[in-house]
Design a protein around this ligand. Sequence first.
Ligand code: GLN
Length: 495
Amino acid sequence: MVELTGQSLAAALDGLEKGRFSSVELTRAHLDAVEALNPTLNAYITVTAEQALTQAAEADAVRARGEAGLLCGAPVAIKDLFCTEGVRTTAASRILSNFVPPYESTVTAQMKRDGAVSLGKTNLDEFAMGSSNMTSAFGAVQNPWRRRGDDSPLVPGGSSGGSASAVAARIALAATGTDTGGSIRQPASFCGIAGIKPTYGRCSRWGTVAFASSLDQAGPLARTVEDCAILLRSMAGFDPKDSTSVDVAVPDFRAAVGRSVKGMRIGIPAEYRAPGMPEEIERWWQQGIAWLRDAGCEIVDVSLPHTRYGLATYYIVAPAECSSNLARYDGVRFGERVEADSLDALYERSRAAGFGDEVKRRILIGTYVLSSGYYDAYYLKAQKVRSLILRDFTEAFGRVDALLTPTAPSAAFGLGEKMSDPVTMYLNDIFTVPASMAGVPGMSVPVGLDSAGLPLGLQLIGRPFDEETLFALGSALEKAAGFDHLPALRAGAVA
Ligand code: GLN
């Protein structure tokens, strides 16, 4: 019997096409797995079982008519930051805990158009602010991985931690994520799966709850590089409703998977070494370099000197934009309202009750750096440094086709760790933030386990709108690594 929840998205689509199982069977197997594992993982905030089964039955009918789209009948999960018509969308915040959007985000509308079945909405850090999923108003998410011989729960990374945990635990074939400073790549690395943040402007932001508009980008999380390629094809595309969406053709990313990487030039940036980074991350990085060399790539040392300012500038720009974006949650138009005698008091009380600590911290920082007198010293300066970060990448891409770096400076850590001061948590994003600041695409590919038995990923960074090179290189790394380890808590036993 085919193990319904253990297969890749590509294999599931093939099985559906060949009539080995129906979408209703596939969806039911996933819903059973969700029921068994979600109470522990807390990966989903909302499970839409009934809707999923209706969509699956429709998909079976559409396929029977010979009209199957790209994702027809595939059960996937949606980060609860994408607005879904008629289905509660919370951004993992108390302030949106009762928000039912009357519209569908462009990304999820395109997936629906292609026949995807939505299992539900996945948990995240509140408003996508975080690297551990600990800031969700709906509770922490668990990573399905455990350290060898140690049953204590670990974080899945963040902010797309629910999506990453669900995909790794086989309670979704694949999932959508968003990445503002690393929120697809870092959880992918922590959970032993693949994920790509495409070029800024590749996927529409319309209908996605905004965090930092000049950085936010949607992308897929899946168990294979090929599955990411399939899902991204559906998610991407020009949208006149988003003024930063770029009108370029969406290539068949899947065709780039497995393409020869012979003769490609791969840059190794000297600056991607963090103080205190475990030696084994360096070792896996060297292993990745060796694999790409064996595949025929030329390895070139490069320097991205402004990388060292990446984190500091990101944590000015992102809070600045968040403070402005989140001004709309005032208790009047959206979400929770706490009644008061005056309008000002209503705003204050609604926002005080509706936002969690991390979100409040960022609104305060953002408001401060945008305020008169500090704007030039912080915000404007950060924007200037941002241009220098982009210039580093542009110069490097004059010499190389892509860059290879570690994805994160550590493996998954324990639930509740790194919470004592915010900077310790922010350091997680040290390798992912520069590509976000520059708007260039980045992909994380699982390559191996550390000595505690936890997955580690490597990051490939590419030229703007050249995701195809990342798919070719990502699949070369994936093939060399042969990463086929399973997390301790997986749904395999269920279906
Ligand atoms: N961890 C980063 C932050 O906290 C990135 C989050 C994201 O990409 N959404 O801002």
